[in-house]
Design a protein around this ligand. Sequence first.
Ligand SMILES: [Fe+2]
Length: 382
Amino acid sequence: MLFDIYAPARILFGPGSTYRLGEEVAALGKRILLVTGRQSLKQSGNIERITQPLAVAGIETVAFDEVSPEPVTTTVDAGRRRAREESCAVVVGVGGGSVLDVAKAIAGLGHAEGETREYLHGREITTPGLPFVAVPTTAGSGSEVTQSVVLVDPETGKKSSLRNDRWLPRVAVVDPILTMSMPRELTAQTGMDALTHAVEAYTSRWANAYTRSLSREAVRLIVQNFYTAHKLPGRRDARESMLLGSMLAGMALNVARAGAVHALAHPIGTRYGLGHGLVCGILLPYVAEFNLAVVEGEYAELARHAGLVSAGVPEHEAAGRFVHYLRRLTNRLKLPEKLGPLGLIAEDIPNLVEAAMDSSSLAANSRKATRQDLAAILKRSL
Ligand SMILES: [Fe+2]
């Protein structure tokens, strides 16, 4: 067996772990760029949970709150300029996947020359960046434990991912209390992103024993806690399990990569302005049906481990039940089940498929998917 993995250096997990944010950051530098979304941190009442431990530790904070839900490379450029002008030694990102991605890119390109979009298109990164500390406020992207970011090039409108071996956060502070104020719809959408990471990583061509142990447990945690976290937002145990599941899925994803859902979700999300988790959640059952023929054993194992079937159920039936569970899930979370009502039209399918064919996620998908296969998946989702 051969392994080639990148794993997070340090994770502080658990309710109240943000109390320790100040001392963790102070060990890396005294002046930080604090990257957040425009409003959510203030609206949720979480801002004091972040600023207080930083102030107690004597950290000087430069705020950068210009991140929008679909982050563009020019936002990263603005953050890099701010960090440089203000001589920030550390970047701390507090928010959902978009905020963490922007903060990670600001840190990673902290000493680099040129525009961010050049790096999105393949320019080599030759300089080490600034230390980056990630604090997620949603249970979805897993960005706190990955070395990749997804950004939109405003000149082409295209969404691409950018990865670098040195971009794993120095510290991830993962506190479920910060996710408790998420509204229901965001809980549903971000949770679907996490579940998709777990399922795609588990069945990826690049999966190994390390990633499978993480993604299998992530599927169990999410399956067993998703409804509760959605229906009873104040249930701390369910929130904690969802955040743990999302984080473990991110660790698996960072090594095993995703699959056809993610290959299609990026162009669809940008084309129709739809949330990433929402698109993933709608596509997941269609792609799972397509993959079923080659990953029946894996789906059966996930169904058993998550407690969807008992141990004695035959493989074929267990795998079918897993796909059935995914099919019912969007409906039970009150999310749309089709992309047609959200804007997808048949005439757009060839262009969307073409964009998906370039994606590195597609190369990791367990079953080889042709243009015709992807088009058929999208037609079924209309
Ligand atoms: Fe994702």
